[in-house]
Design a protein around this ligand. Structure first.
Ligand SMILES: [Zn+2]
Length: 249
């Protein structure tokens, strides 16, 4: 799930970059048939704007300046949060202390510590946990949307939470286990909805909204979590260690 509108093109009128106080923000504009403009920050910090051909992007940016300011503040906040938790593991939306041990064990009943033997073993355990969550959620929403999938794979992906292939395989990112349940659920809803509607058409978002009315809010939070996880030292180590085992998924 990465926002790549297809069949759209860049506009020559729109800026490539805007300066927001001290921050340079890269801007990508996609022209499409739609009502009004849609603004969204991608995981790499690029501001993506989907807008009709005739929309003046500079005007959109001016009108949305308060929203932009809020989003920039949130991104800065999640960046500083990141520093405080560098030695901890983010798991289902909560930070946990890590303890070296003979075995790997996840916290039960409000415990704080995650025990681990090696990063690779912990990564395998997290993958099994995530697979269980994903199978449950995918079956649930697959039934509700009346769609079938072929298989689920959990991969180490650099730029997306999940994807849906043309042969109906669902790929999910291992870092989804770091997300609070509602956000993990949204990624599943998004990808399962792609089994019914391939692109990000109006029909696609309508279907998503039927199963997740606050999806825009969840997209926004996903963004913050992406930054948190990308910058977290523990998650970096885990993602490196899962590289060798990803094809077994
Ligand atoms: Zn998508």
């Amino acid at each position: 799930m990465r926002r790549n509108g297809t069949g759209s093109r860049e506009s020559s009128r729109a800026p490539d970059e805007i300066l927001w106080w001290d921050n340079r923000i890269r801007v990508e504009v996609r022209r499409e048939k739609r009502k009004g403009a849609r603004l969204l920050f991608r995981a790499d910090g690029t501001l993506c704007i989907n807008a009709p051909e005739e929309t003046d992007i500079r005007l959109v940016l001016r009108r949305r300046r308060r929203w932009l300011g809020r989003r920039m503040a949130e991104l800065a906040e999640s960046a500083s949060e990141k520093g405080k938790c560098d030695d901890k593991l983010l798991l289902r939306g909560r930070w946990h202390l890590l303890k070296q041990s003979d075995v790997c064990r996840l916290p039960i009943d409000g415990e704080d510590e995650v025990c681990y033997s090696t990063p690779a073993a912990l990564s395998d355990l997290l993958k099994r946990e995530l697979r269980r969550d994903l199978e449950r959620l995918t079956d649930h929403y697959g039934r509700r949307m009346d769609v079938r999938y072929n298989r689920i794979a959990i991969r180490k992906q650099r730029s997306r939470w999940g994807s849906c292939s043309s042969n109906r395989n669902l790929n999910f990112n291992l870092i989804m286990i770091a997300l609070p349940t509602p956000l993990c659920e949204y990624v599943v809803i998004h990808e399962v909805a792609h089994l019914a509607e391939r692109g990000h058409s109006g029909g696609f978002w309508k279907l998503v909204a039927q199963h997740c009315s606050d999806y825009e809010e969840r997209e926004r939070k996903l963004q913050q979590y992406w930054y948190l996880i990308e910058g977290n030292r523990v998650w970096q180590t885990l993602r490196e260690s899962s590289r060798s085992s990803r094809e077994r998924s």
